[in-house]
Design a protein around this ligand. Structure first.
Ligand SMILES: Cc1ncc(COP(=O)(O)O)c(C=O)c1O
Length: 409
């Protein structure tokens, strides 16, 4: 398809077809396409100033103040590191290494942190990096709480957080082969890894381990941030405070590229000039981002995301019983995933089914994303201004597409 325009939670292609957007620009369009309040702020900004490197200006200040009012204390430093999420991850990793004087990093299986060399090193998908290895040395991957496919063969509810225990073991055993890391980087809910929602306490237990071992905890909120999961930031579900937070995507309001790394004041040890760049800080992104944050708070998008997400889960959850090809339906707020399998007992992944469902959805006017370890997870990241009515129509198209895919097997 080629896109002509987009509004709210719909996208129109160049042939005039309208699609319900459950893709949301890969989790960028939280406040909705063409949000009038954000457009107004962006247009006013274009008339005033469009480039300032990272030199202070009123819009930068407004965004900093808005972010600081939303971030938990003592996270009170924000750093605009470059246009994309990957840039925020690079900053976070450099900052952790600079402050600890250590090099190793721990990341999780299923992680996605971006495509620049450092961020790709922290991402687990071999499909993205196999041909480019070795990337950064001393990046170690440990299992995430992917309970549907537990690396330790445990079942949710009865397990003793074997994955967390394993992380602890890796850090404590002098023969684990892993040097003391500068930081552990984690997504509070894994996005590209397949919308993997860890059980309560997974993130808080990682927090405890990091604190106990004097290791920094970086939480990547690039996809989960800004009301996506029913809270301003997904780590809030577990009541923790990370040391470093990475943000991007919805931060730019309407897709203006900007990223930010926020951290505790005590980590602000590097002198000016340690991380520079021509597009460090995007004035349009500042203005649109500040307007978007005001809009999110004013409209209480976090609550809407939580409530509508619950409703959508209730419409879709029945597929786990009714369909032979749906292994699991999961979600938090408006971040939902449906995992397809060939066989429910063996859980053999069914990437071709996911592709087929995506194709059917597209033909019937619904945009969705595919992700997951095996590219077998249909993913929804709609704009958070999605109405109940559009959500219902989109869910019906999806359910229909699943039935079609099942029939064609
Ligand atoms: C959790 C997470 N981190 C980092 C990134 C990389 O962001 P970008 O594509 O803007 O570089 C993404 C992108 O999908 C992401 O989902």
């Amino acid at each position: 398809m080629a896109i002509r325009r987009a509004k709210g939670a719909t996208v129109e292609d160049v042939d005039g077809n309208i699609y319900i957007d459950f893709f949301g620009g890969a989790g960028v369009m939280n406040v909705g396409h063409s949000n009038p309040e954000v457009i107004e702020a962006a247009v006013a900004q274009i008339r005033e100033l469009t480039h300032s490197l990272d030199v202070p200006n009123p819009s930068r200040r407004e965004l900093v103040e808005a972010l600081l009012s939303l971030l938990p204390q003592p996270i009170n430093r924000v750093f605009f590191g470059g246009p994309t999420g990957s840039d925020a991850v690079e900053v976070a990793m450099k900052l952790a290494k600079y402050n600890t004087g250590r090099y190793p990093m721990v990341a999780f299986e299923g992680a996605y942190h971006g495509m620049s060399s450092g961020a790709l090193s922290l991402s687990s998908g071999l499909g993205f990096k196999e041909e480019f290895l070795p990337l950064l040395p001393e990046v170690h991957f440990v299992p995430y709480a992917y309970c549907y496919r537990c690396a330790f063969g445990e079942e949710p509810g009865t397990c003793g957080f074997e994955c967390v225990k394993y992380l602890n073991h890796v850090l404590e055993d002098p023969h684990s082969g892993v040097g003391k890391p500068a930081a552990v980087i984690v997504e509070a809910i894994q996005g590209e890894g397949g919308t993997i929602i860890p059980p309560d306490q997974f993130i808080s237990r990682i927090r405890e381990i990091c604190t106990a071992h004097g290791i920094l905890m970086i939480v990547d909120e690039i996809q989960t941030g800004f009301c996506r999961t029913g809270k301003m930031f997904a780590f809030e579900h577990d009541g923790i405070i990370p040391d470093i937070i990475t943000m991007s995507k919805a931060l730019g309001g309407l897709g203006f590229p900007i990223s930010c790394t926020a951290y505790k004041e005590e980590l602000d040890t590097w002198p000016p000039g340690k991380h520079i760049g021509t597009f460090r800080g995007n004035v349009l992104g500042y203005a649109a981002g500040a307007a978007a944050l005001h809009f999110m708070v004013k409209e209480n998008l976090a609550a809407h995301s939580l409530n509508l997400g619950h409703l959508m889960l209730s419409w879709l959850k029945g597929m786990e019983q009714d369909s032979e090809i749906v292994g699991e339906v999961r979600g938090k707020g408006l971040m939902l995933g449906i995992e397809f399998v060939k066989d429910k007992a063996t859980k053999e992944p069914a990437p071709e089914v996911a592709k087929n469902v995506q194709f059917h959805c597209h033909r019937k006017g619904l945009l969705i994303e595919i992700g997951g370890h095996y590219l077998n997870v249909a993913r929804f990241l709609p704009p958070l201004i999605l109405t109940d009515e559009l959500a219902k129509r989109g869910a019906e198209i999806f359910l229909d597409a699943v039935r079609e895919a099942e029939k064609s097997l």
